[in-house]
Ligand binder design. Structure first.
Ligand SMILES: Cc1ncc(COP(=O)(O)O)c(C=O)c1O
Length: 433
């Protein structure tokens, strides 16, 4: 074992040396270096954690996965936290869990879930995939979130849940939507995939709803390559959520463990013979949405950096905001509500005064500045979503505006002051033409 320890130390020293040589940042050359809208930001800690987990060769979610889940439970003060393999999977787990027989007052096919028309596709698809009916409401320009009054107006006799994203990290009106959900006995699911570290009245978003989702894709606030998480804020929901993640099984043992419940051969469920092993009892139509331990190992190193990442996102946002204020007659700049302190995912801009989004975006892209659209725009105009069963309440006017006139820039921690200055110079050049 001593020999193995010595070799391990040697390997990790080499990895640190390799990181310093092979991952050294290239100098920024304005107009030549591509300014990505997002990307992974890391140092040798992520690399050494990844190699250590590879040397452990646990492979499936194991010790690193369990540590990560524990740290996240602490971070959010949550009843539970489940690591999954993407933000999309986190949304799938949340919505599917609400349909489980393990949940009191579960959602039934045909029940309605209110959600915005401006969305990320996999915020919406689990609703449809579970036989539920999405009820679409418009968003507000500037915040790009749902208007609480539009949500209130959309509640009908079959409405059972709200599935609401904090668009681009900007908290939706939790002050009005949480009490609205409570008054009507609705489940509230927060899609916080873009909003890790954003707060409302000083409290982290993701802690308000019954459950909330996170994404750890490289564009997000922290990454493990592919990954996501379900924050469970009501203890009655965690078994259903875990079961949906873990093949639909009834058993909740961690990988490699048996008999956590202490009565492995004494359960009597369904039409199963007496003594049927609890590990092989399936109470839900579930999935396998787990991660590998290598992903969790990277996530643990990233997690330590989240406060700094979020501070840098906020600072980059402020710098762009101040720099673009002079163009407010042509650009609608983003805004957040007074109680919100967003750790922005991006910097959304809606062009106005007859300005062409395409022209501006082409100008930026041709000068190596990456841009993105606000995901689906009005999702009902997307080819895959045109024929889904749904209800619309009110006009989707702003959703159409987002589809036609909105885009976003990056604010991720990899952007340097020199890059941000260059972005602002390019905007000035565009408007000086
Ligand atoms: C709001 C929102 N929800 C869900 C997702 C899906 O996350 P993932 O890419 O990890 O599946 C994304 C991805 O960017 C997102 O922005």
């Amino acid at each position: 074992m001593d020999r193995a320890d010595a070799l391990r130390r040697q390997i990790l020293d080499l990895v640190r040396e390799y990181y310093a040589v092979a991952h050294a940042p290239a100098p920024f050359v304005p107009g030549t270096t591509k300014i990505n809208y997002a990307g992974r930001v890391y140092d040798d800690r992520e690399l050494t954690n990844l190699v250590e987990s590879a040397l452990d060769f646990w492979l499936t979610a194991g010790p690193y996965g369990q540590s990560f889940e524990k740290e996240m439970r602490k971070f959010f003060g949550a009843a539970d936290f489940l690591l999954v393999n993407s933000g999309s999977s986190a949304n799938l787990v949340m919505v599917s869990a609400l349909t489980s027989r393990m949940v009191e007052g579960r959602l039934l096919p045909g029940d309605e879930v209110i959600t915005p028309a401006v969305t990320f596709p996999t915020t919406l698809t689990p609703i449809v995939q579970n036989g539920l009916v999405p009820v679409f409401v418009d968003c507000e320009l500037g915040t790009y979130n749902v208007d609480p009054e539009a949500v209130a107006a959309a509640i009908g006799p079959r409405t059972r849940a709200l599935m609401l994203p904090h668009t681009l990290g900007n908290p939706f009106d939790l002050g009005r939507l949480v009490p609205l959900a409570e008054r009507h006995g609705l489940f509230l699911l927060e899609d916080s995939c873009d909003a890790l570290g954003s707060t409302w009245d000083g409290r982290l978003v993701g802690t308000f709803g019954h459950m909330a989702s996170l994404s750890f894709f490289p564009a997000h606030h922290m990454t493990m390559g592919e990954g996501g998480g379900v924050i469970v804020n009501r203890s009655g929901l965690n078994r259903a959520a875990q079961s949906m993640r873990d093949w639909g099984r009834d058993c909740w043992c961690a990988p490699g463990q048996s008999n956590t419940c202490g009565k492995r051969f004494e359960w009597q469920l369904g039409d199963l013979p007496a003594g049927y092993d609890h590990k092989y009892i399936y109470s839900n139509l579930g999935y396998n949405l787990k991660v590998t331990d290598m992903q969790a190992a990277i996530g643990l190193a990233q997690l330590e950096k989240v406060p700094d990442f979020c501070a840098r996102r906020r600072a980059n946002f402020r710098r762009l905001y101040e720099g673009l204020r002079g163009f407010e007659d042509r650009l609608l700049l983003p805004r957040s509500l007074p109680a919100a302190d967003p750790a922005w995912f991006g910097f959304p801009i809606t062009v106005r005064g007859g300005l062409s989004r395409l022209e501006l975006v082409r100008f930026l892209e041709s000068r190596r500045i990456e841009t993105r659209l606000v995901f689906s725009g009005n999702v009902l105009r997307q080819p895959g979503f045109r024929d889904i069963r749904h209800r619309v309440v009110g006009e989707l006017t702003s959703s159409d505006t987002v589809m036609n006139e909105t885009f976003f820039l990056g604010v991720y921690p990899g952007l340097t002051p020199a890059m941000l200055d260059y972005i602002l110079e390019v905007f000035a050049a565009f408007f000086a033409r």
